[in-house]
Design a protein around this ligand. Structure first.
Ligand code: GDP
Length: 334
């Protein structure tokens, strides 16, 4: 046990010095599914609490092919050239669904990966979306402790993962393509309402004019929607990761966003509420796990399912019964 305590102290020390090897080891610890690692990871996280929260946390989403990795590479490289330390993390919902991964295991952002001021970490590959969520959140804290002042969290636009990323970042941007037209009509209002800035990407060459038009269309729509952040008017801009036009503008907008939301307190309030919601998410998860792993619940559930399916038992009744069994077994455990 003493061994692990010194290890944690060592990890902490290395982390705070910004040593990459120690950051990588800390992330491995946080990502581990082994029960004995959980406690260690939590003591490490507890010990660095004061050193976290100092970055700007940026979410980037968009459908596959929207240009996320190309954008992040250009944007991240630009930020490094200004002297920022940039960490890029990913939440890949497909990895938890089981099959391959949408974000891909292929080497992405090769140039940024070589930059000494950047750190790129792929999505945790195993576990439920909830598990991936926790690991990414905790990895973000480790990166902050290691001195990264910009954390970018990338995800694929397939619904649930966008809401998850919105719940852990300060600023959320959506990358879209031109020629939205009909797509625009069908686009889920819900996703636009999470978004602080819509980036119409690939605004270069023959595509540039269309991109300007698409930008206007999005701006019109945004006008009628609930803004994602109180006191901030969500807007659309154009960008090209090839010509780099719009990359600096994206950063300027984020700076403006930070300034405004800092002054109004919306920035700090969001962080606080995110912590609270995060706690409730973990409680929900823990409750579910406890419930479904309970032996007596497992024993009774199939029978109740059958009774409910064959109409012999009302659903509410069945639920009451299984909870009674659950509570009963907790009582006798103690
Ligand atoms: P992701 O799936 O969202 O990560 O998309 P990628 O970054 O892999 O980009 C998809 C394709 O679009 C690639 O072939 C890129 O070269 C291309 N692409 C990305 N950004 C731009 C851009 O700004 N302009 C142009 N012309 N092509 C781009």
């Amino acid at each position: 046990k003493n061994q692990s305590v010194t290890d944690i102290a060592k990890l902490r020390e290395g982390l705070l010095k910004g040593e990459r090897a120690m950051l990588a080891r800390s992330i491995t610890l946080v990502e581990s599914n082994a029960v004995r690692h959980f406690g260690q990871a939590q003591s490490l996280l507890q010990s660095i609490m004061n050193e976290t929260g100092k970055s700007v946390r940026i979410g980037v989403s968009g459908v596959p092919g929207a240009g996320k990795s190309t954008f992040i590479e250009a944007f991240g490289t630009f930020l490094c050239s200004l002297g920022h330390k940039v960490a890029v993390l990913a939440i890949d919902p497909s990895s938890s669904i089981g099959g391959g991964s949408i974000l891909g295991d292929k080497t992405r952002m090769e140039e940024l990966a070589k930059n000494p001021l950047a750190f790129i970490r792929p999505s945790p590959s195993e576990g439920t979306l909830g598990g991936v969520h926790r690991k990414t959140r905790e990895t973000m804290l480790l990166c902050e402790a290691a001195g990264f002042d910009v954390v970018i969290i990338e995800t694929v636009g397939v619904g649930q993962s966008e809401a998850i990323v919105r719940g852990m970042v300060d600023f959320f941007m959506l990358l879209v393509l031109t020629g939205a037209g009909d797509e625009l009509q069908g686009m889920k209002k819900g996703i636009l309402e999470l978004t602080d800035v819509i980036v119409v990407n690939k605004a270069d060459g023959d595509n540039k004019r269309l991109a300007m038009k698409t930008k206007q269309e999005y701006n019109q729509i945004l006008h009628f929607l609930q803004p994602a952040t109180k006191g901030w008017s969500s807007r659309a801009i154009t960008c090209s990761s090839i010509t780099k036009e719009g990359i600096d503008m994206t950063w300027n907008i984020i700076q403006e966003f930070r300034k405004i939301t800092n002054e109004t307190g919306v920035f700090q309030l969001r962080r606080r509420l995110q912590q609270k919601e995060w706690m409730h998410t973990l409680i929900d998860e823990q409750l579910q796990k406890m419930f479904y792993r309970n032996e007596n619940v497992q024993l009774l559930l199939p029978e109740l399912e059958n009774r409910v399916m064959s109409g012999k038992e009302t659903v509410s009744n069945a639920v009451t019964q299984v909870f009674n069994v659950f509570f009963e077994s907790i009582r006798t455990d103690n």
